[in-house]
Write a protein that binds this ligand. Structure first.
Ligand SMILES: [Zn+2]
Length: 132
């Protein structure tokens, strides 16, 4: 999956802006490339988990459609743990198995990490990000 360095930086910036809570949002894309980041509110407003705000989700999906982009992924942050899906994340993904899940870890504040995963039937598989 191709992705620009700037796009990953936007996810890191959102993760930092929403501290101490987890942040979340959607990523648009076309043909194997992630092309846009859209911030959503975390309706759960906690550092323990994320819940895409339904109004934001609808607004962003309409916007992507208007722009001719597909919904390519969902991102959220981990404020204290590594960039790997938690059991909560795995359970949440059951509702939306075709998405790419991006997780930004701020566990090491000076070195944020963004990784991407497919989560299907409870199985987690990392997807390589080709940063351009
Ligand atoms: Zn998580």
């Amino acid at each position: 999956m191709r992705v620009s360095c700037d796009l990953l930086d936007e996810i890191v910036a959102h993760s930092r802006d929403d501290l101490p809570n987890e942040c979340c949002g959607l990523v648009g894309g076309t043909d194997g490339e992630l092309t846009s980041v859209h911030r959503a509110r975390n309706a759960a407003a906690t550092w323990l988990r994320y819940e895409l705000h339904p109004t934001d989700q609808l607004r962003i999906m309409n916007r992507l459609e208007d722009d001719g982009q597909d919904l390519a992924g969902i991102y959220h942050s981990h404020t204290k743990s590594e960039a790997y899906p938690s059991q909560t994340d795995i359970n949440l993904a059951e509702a939306w198995p075709e998405q790419l899940y991006l997780i930004c870890s701020l566990a090491d504040d000076a070195n944020p990490v963004v990784r991407a995963f497919e989560i299907r039937d409870g199985a987690v598989e990392e997807v390589d990000l080709d940063v351009v």
